[in-house]
Write a protein that binds this ligand. Structure first.
Ligand code: FES
Length: 127
């Protein structure tokens, strides 16, 4: 019998404010949203001043850009083909899906988490 993830059992489908967005530096969505609200950044890269978010493996950068756009009302730039994450991605992914996608990103050699980063989830057991 296939077991449903905990979040699906209780109807949770997306990342909430207490979930980590930057696993390398343990920065939650709430912290980032509040930081944008309080600091009115001009460019997404300024979110790195919020606990170092985005300066580790780089996985969370598209999501930091999403939080920046949502918090500042900035339209996304570039063409549709340039976008790696739609604006509602954080609301569409469960924390488990987000962590699994980050693990795939790191295992594919796209970035190296710093010491102290959230460990990658264990490989799922077959059966
Ligand atoms: S998850 Fe944010 S830099 Fe690695």
């Amino acid at each position: 019998m296939r077991r449903l993830p905990f979040t699906k059992l209780f109807g949770r489908t997306g990342m909430n404010l207490d979930d980590q967005v930057c696993y390398c530096f343990h920065v939650s969505r709430r912290k980032l949203v509040n930081w944008v609200r309080q600091n009115a950044p001009k460019v997404p890269s300024q979110l790195s001043m919020c606990g170092g978010a985005g300066t580790g493996c780089g996985w969370c950068i598209p999501f930091l850009k999403q939080i920046f756009r949502q918090g500042t009302g900035t339209p996304r730039a570039g063409c549709g083909a340039c976008h790696t994450a739609p604006d509602d991605t954080l609301d569409a992914l469960t924390p488990e899906e987000y962590a699994a996608l980050r693990a795939d990103y790191v295992k594919a050699g796209h970035g190296t988490p710093p010491p102290g980063a959230e460990p990658l989830p264990e490989a799922k057991e077959e059966g």
